[in-house]
Design a protein around this ligand. Structure first.
Ligand code: 13P
Ligand code: SF4
Length: 355
């Protein structure tokens, strides 16, 4: 790419990038190679009053190179709700961009990779939920945030991995239909006196994990390591964990100071974050990647800021949006608005804590 930046600017940007990316194997020349692009993206974001949000699973050159905030699903929804930016560039999968648009309808929400889906989100339709409700009117229906806007609009409350149990406990009925993640439903069941019926969706990333993979890593890490498992994983994997939860819970565990060695059982972007932000700790990981999250690179972020295509602009039918908003607002009401659960890291300095 042609660079309009001075050698001094490029040098400073290279050093900034290398400060992060050296921990995940990037050389100085590799950082110099992307410096004009990250400078241009940040300049365009400033000009367009855009905030760039990045889920922790997205490539490190995006979430450390250009994102204003990086974090988990809950933390990023809170930022989307509270931002005064005109444009939200959501570096994440489609349901995340939809969630931002549901919460912040007056903002332009842009998806760098609009075809980045999610096996959970795609496993269930609004019609499936309507059918269930018709046959089971006594159930409260709780949806994981990994769902389309149309599905959320049919549910009583939304939740994320950071607050699923709190939302289930606060739901009015003692019978819960939890969708679409059957694994998360099974993991929640022993934690509550309520009856939980789960749907059959699963995450293609966490569902491939086998007990022998975790056992081998624990062995390699040695005694005293903390095994952290995402609750999208099967129950037999969660049973092997010292800490089970979402990526925000994992970040809290790493920041707690209780351990210095971690086995990270989730998508590799999270592992990269730990290696970059806590280079003093020993991190062991599976090397599992979400193909959807990895569709988002610097080229896509630059292109969407320069000239978004119509398919990259998130639009939601207003009736659907209002229905989905009710489920999301219910989540914020039931869980104290999520402000204490999950504070994403901020590159702009306006959020004090990080997750
Ligand atoms: P959290 O970051 O909220 O734990 O979600 C993980 C995930 O799979 C997002 O798709
Ligand atoms: Fe969906 Fe799993 Fe990818 Fe998360 S990691 S976006 S749940 S497929």
């Amino acid at each position: 790419m042609n660079s309009d930046y001075s050698a001094v600017d490029i040098q400073a940007e290279t050093e900034r990038l290398h400060g992060f990316l050296k921990h995940v194997g990037w050389s100085v020349p590799e950082c110099a190679g992307i410096a004009p692009k990250t400078l241009r993206i940040r300049e365009l974001a400033r000009q367009k009053r855009a905030v760039i949000l990045g889920h922790s699973y997205v490539a490190p050159e995006v979430i450390f190179g250009v994102a204003d905030h990086r974090g988990d699903s809950l933390g990023l929804s809170v930022i989307a709700r509270d931002t005064d930016a005109d444009v939200i560039v959501f570096c994440g999968v489609r349901f995340m961009g939809e969630t931002a648009k549901i919460i912040a309808p007056s903002r332009t929400v842009l998806l760098p990779a609009p075809n980045a889906g999610c096996s959970l989100s795609e496993s269930i339709t609004a019609e499936d939920v309507r059918r269930f409700r018709h046959a089971n009117p006594d159930h409260s229906i709780v949806c994981y945030v990994n769902t389309s806007a149309a599905v959320k609009a049919e549910c009583d409350a939304c939740c994320t991995s950071a607050n699923a149990l709190a939302v289930v406990e606060a739901a009015p009925s003692s019978r819960i239909f939890f969708l679409p993640d059957g694994r998360m439903a099974a993991n929640l069941a022993p934690m509550t006196a309520k009856t939980i019926k789960g749907y059959t969706g699963n995450c293609i990333v966490h569902d491939c994990i086998r007990p022998e993979h975790v056992a081998a890593l624990r062995e390699k890490a040695g005694p005293g390591a903390c095994v952290m498992v995402h609750t999208e994983s099967p129950p037999e994997i969660v049973a092997m964990a010292d800490v089970a939860g979402g990526t925000g819970d994992m970040m809290k565990a790493v920041k707690s100071g209780r351990w210095n060695t971690f086995v990270v059982i989730t998508e590799d972007g999270m592992t990269d974050r730990f290696r970059i932000e806590f280079p003093e700790y020993r991190i062991f990981a599976l090397g599992t990647v979400c193909p959807h999250m990895k569709m988002i690179g610097l080229d896509q972020v630059l292109q969407v800021l320069e000239s978004p295509r119509p398919d990259q602009v998130v639009e939601i039918d207003e009736q659907v949006r209002l229905g989905a908003l009710k489920a999301i607002e219910r989540m914020f009401e039931l869980t104290g608005k999520g402000k204490d659960d999950s504070k994403p890291h901020s590159n702009t300095g306006d959020v004090a804590a990080s997750n």
